[in-house]
Design a protein around this ligand. Sequence first.
Ligand code: URA
Length: 210
Amino acid sequence: MRLPESLAEEGKKRIYSYPVEGFVYGEGPDTPALMLVGEAPGETEIHNGVPFSGRAGKELMSFLDRLELTREDVYITSTVRSRPYRWGEKKSRNGEVVKRKYNRPPTAKEIVAHAPLLDYEIEHVKVPVIVTLGNIGLKRLGGANKKITECHGRFLHQPVQRLGKDGRYEWTNESYLLFPTFHPASIFYNRGLLDLIHADLAKLKEFLTR
Ligand code: URA
């Protein structure tokens, strides 16, 4: 499934005024084994044009290995398709201070700007389960009151949020199966989460092979 060009262009316009760069399409077959919804691309993804092709992507591929799936079996997308950045300073090897862009989480406005893109994918890609990675994807689809620490590793059968014509989120009529787990990048900051993620993936595998 490829997002229609007109919708991609609309998304680029809607996010244009925010500090973001690049644009990465979701990727995967029309009837994948599952859909993965991340946060936003980083520097590597913007460069390659491929979602989860950087450091977090390497971890994500090890998650898929545990499910005995490959990248080609699943639909991979993100809540926001452009890389949100902030300017920061870094000392280079010769001691010179250089300005560079750092990744940051997307803001609520940036998430709304790209909401029609994810809404389209949710509607058109038929999957038995939508795996949200981290808090951003979980709250965007499952509702702002959801927390990854409470919801991870549980199947949530419920409507999802989509952007209404009035610019506010509304609930879909249809129910979906959500399975929240932690974002693969979370283990860079807290290695202890890996055991929880592995337990979540074991549950998900049981569901997929039932
Ligand atoms: N994190 C995401 O959520 N998406 C990517 O493509 C890369 C990192």
